[in-house]
Structure formats: C-alpha cells, structure tokens
Design a protein around this ligand. Sequence first.
Ligand code: OGA
Ligand code: NI
Length: 364
Amino acid sequence: MDPEEVVQEDEGLGWGKSLPVPSVQEMVRKDSQSVPERYIQEHNNRPLDSEFSPDLCEIPIINFSLLANGDEEEQRKLDLACKEWGFFQITDHGVTEKVLHDMKEAEAAFFQLPLEEKKKYAMGENDLQGYGQGYVVSEQQKLEWCDLIFLLTLPPKIRKFKHWPVSIPGFKEAVETYSTDMQKVAEELLANLSLLMGMEKEDLKSLHGEMKQAMRMNYYPLCSRPELVLGISPHSDASTITLLLQDDELTGLQIRHKQKWVPVKPIPNAIVVNIGDALEVWSNGVYKSIEHRAVTNEKRSRMSIATFFIPGDEAEIGPLESMVDDKHHLRMYKKIRYLDFLRHSLGSKLDGKAHTEFLKLETE
Ligand code: OGA
Ligand code: NI
C-alpha cells in the first residue's frame, strides 16, 4: 500500500498534534556536552534547588491490598492523599515483578532501536500517537529533554498497531499484560474513590462512558546541564487518574506541594498514582490534580511509563451532585464535554494548572 494513502485515510485521534522536532536521544548520542538554546528554560522555569521543600516531605504511601479488602483506615488515607497531595505511591498492588520488569524491558528495547527504526512508528502529522515529542505547538516554545512513544492501549479496538513496535520480540505481550494489570488497579482505585465521593462503587467508572487507557513511555536522556533544562515542564494530567512506573533508583519526578517542589523518591516496584484534571472537576476541586514536572540527570538516562485513564470523548465532566451544595461547597467548575476539554488541553503547551483554571467558575 502507498504510505501516503495510509496517512490520508487515518486522521488520527482528533485530539491534537505535536510539531516534529529532533530526537533528544539522538542529539545527546552525537554530542553529550552541548545544550542547544531551544532547550534552555527561562530563568523562572529552571529547576533550582532553592525552590525545594526544606523539610524532607514525601508523598503518602497506600497499601493497595488493604484498600482492596475494604480497610477503612486505608480508605481514609486515600481520601487524605487525594485531598492534600493529589499524589501517592501504592505498594502491595499484586502486579508481579515480572510484569513490571517486562514492561520496562520492552520500553528500553524500543529506545535502543536505531533512530531510523524508531521513526517507523513516528507520530503522524495530525496525531499524537506514536514516537515523537509531546506538546510542541509552536516553533518558538522551549523544548523538553525527552523523547516518547504514546500508545492507546485499551479497549483493544482502539489500538493502532502501526505505531506499536511489534517487531521487538515480546513488546506487544509485555504491554498487553501490563495494561490489563494496570486496568485492574485503576478500577479498584476508582471504586474506592467513588465510595468516598458519596456514590456507589461502579458510578465513577460509569461516568467515563467508554473509558480509555493510554500509555506515554518517556525517555529522558542524560543531560550535561540538568539545572538548565526540564524533562517535562510543569503540567497536570488531563486524565482521571494516572499510574506511573518509574526508574527504581533515579529520582526525576517532582510535584508541587505548598508552593514548593517535592521530589518523588522511587520505592522499588511501587506505582505512583496521581489525580488528573477530570477527577478534580468531578470532585468539585476536593481532589487535586497537582502540577508536576520531571528533571534530568547528569550521569544516567531515565525512563518512565505513564498510564492514563481517560473518560470517553462524549463523557461530561462537571462537578458531581454529591460534591456540591448551596452553602459550603459551591459549584467551582463549568460542565464540558471531555473531548472539548482534551482538545483544549492538548492544543496548548504545558502550562502548570492553566487547563483546569480555564474551567473554573467565577466565585466570590
Ligand atoms: C507524564 C509525567 C513524569 C515522569 O508523562 O505525564 O508526568 O516522571 N511523567 O516521567
Ligand atoms: Ni504527568
């Protein structure tokens, strides 16, 4: 088949697009010392030590198995974690070390492919699926020190295998198994959150219509000047929740907490969970979709896999009745069709909490 024809036939997700920019991995492979101007962040965006939280605070840790068994104390911890932090790590989640390991190996195998091979899975001109960079919307904007591959993973019918490096032995199987396991974890978390929000267990899931799952596999090459660049700029995720599998040793992720940046220290085999914009809106701002960013490292590259759980295109996001009243819990956000929100959010560069700010109602 003529490749041109495929591009024309497939209009992508209709979620947005990202302008093509060079591979950072390739740039560093050729010259590991230079940091081109386009990657040097403005002063106020650089990851300076002075902005760090002085007290050694760490995000909450939730025991997933207790939660799944209906432990009330653990449910209270979950509630508090979502209110005060918007981020937590889960341990005892039952996903085997092998599944986590195979997923990480699959990602590593992809980024080890020669550039020409990786390019076979490149994002189309009007699409965000595939290999490339995220959120590049203008020729002027600063670029991030990160390459990625973004894949839709569930339900199976939305998979576009032309972007999947299925020629890597075991890649497809590793992603499928990991994706199924993450779905179970996410659904259990959503069931608990549903109860905490005054609904029945299944209600939060139902509000999604046809819930989608997508994965963003990030590769942050080492950087000779980590104090000048960002792996990912401050942003909040457009999802309902996100599950992040990160490097077991290197700390790269930082979250905004009480006006400071708090690093998320890896706990081997734990999964980092964060609240996304859709849940912030449904919960009327009670659960927080917190700004986060990733920094780079001078000695080593770092990889991570973010699995996003996303409402269906036609789902409506707006504060739930159970989270609103006329006295103490005034309605804080507009209602919006999820696809419209997503297009707005993906069509602008990452900019802290700008995406949920745009949904905020004027309240005195
Ligand atoms: C993301 C993200 C953080 C990380 O992909 O949305 O926030 O540590 N990743 O890779
Ligand atoms: Ni994120």
